[in-house]
Design a protein around this ligand. Structure first.
Ligand code: ZN
Length: 181
């Protein structure tokens, strides 16, 4: 992985193409990776989010951070995560820090067991239900380039049409600005 300056990382928004990329496994666990994870936790907290995946800060690597507890000790960093078990099914309205103002009802497993590596490369497993299981599935989807807007019902499509159009137009305007530099 190139060594990004963590200070320059920021949350990228739909429809940035990085959000649709299948991310690459992480093989090097070094200080720059730890700095990226630390910065992602800060960005997540500042945005009052419960999870943030690497592509959401412009990096196509298999890393996400999350904290659904609101307590500092609830921070969890997952590298190269994979599900060992997914069970049950439930619906909940989800948002995404990369798709502001958009809410989509998502059907997901209600319990999950996740295997991942920590920031030092140490493997671990964790099981969770409810919000924890949901956040893991949402963030793991990001690592495969899947967004909540990919599978919207007709009702959600109508409800979110205006916000998505606005994001697309903002993105086009910002891309032009960058191109002019
Ligand atoms: Zn998201």
């Amino acid at each position: 992985m190139a060594c990004p300056n963590p200070e320059t990382l920021h949350i990228v928004c739909y429809p940035d193409p990085i959000l649709s990329v299948k991310c690459a496994p992480i093989e090097t666990f070094d200080a720059s990776l730890a700095a990226v994870a630390e910065k992602m936790l800060c960005l997540m907290r500042d945005a009052s989010g419960v999870g943030l995946a690497a592509p959401q800060v412009g990096l196509a690597i298999r890393l996400f951070v999350c904290n659904w507890t609101g307590e500092p000790e609830g921070d969890l960093v997952c590298v190269n995560p994979r599900f060992l078990e997914l069970d049950g099914v439930g619906e909940m309205i989800e948002g995404c820090l990369s798709i502001p103002e958009v809410e989509v009802t998502m059907r997901r497993a209600t319990t999950a067991t996740l295997a991942a590596a920590d920031i030092h490369g140490q493997p671990f497993e964790c099981s969770g239900e409810g919000l924890a299981a949901r956040v893991w599935q949402h963030e793991a989807d990001h690592l495969d380039g899947r967004l909540i807007t990919d599978t919207m019902s007709a009702t959600d499509e109508i409800a979110n049409r205006r916000a998505l159009k606005q994001l697309e137009s903002d993105y086009a305007t910002n891309s032009k600005k960058v191109g002019r530099r």
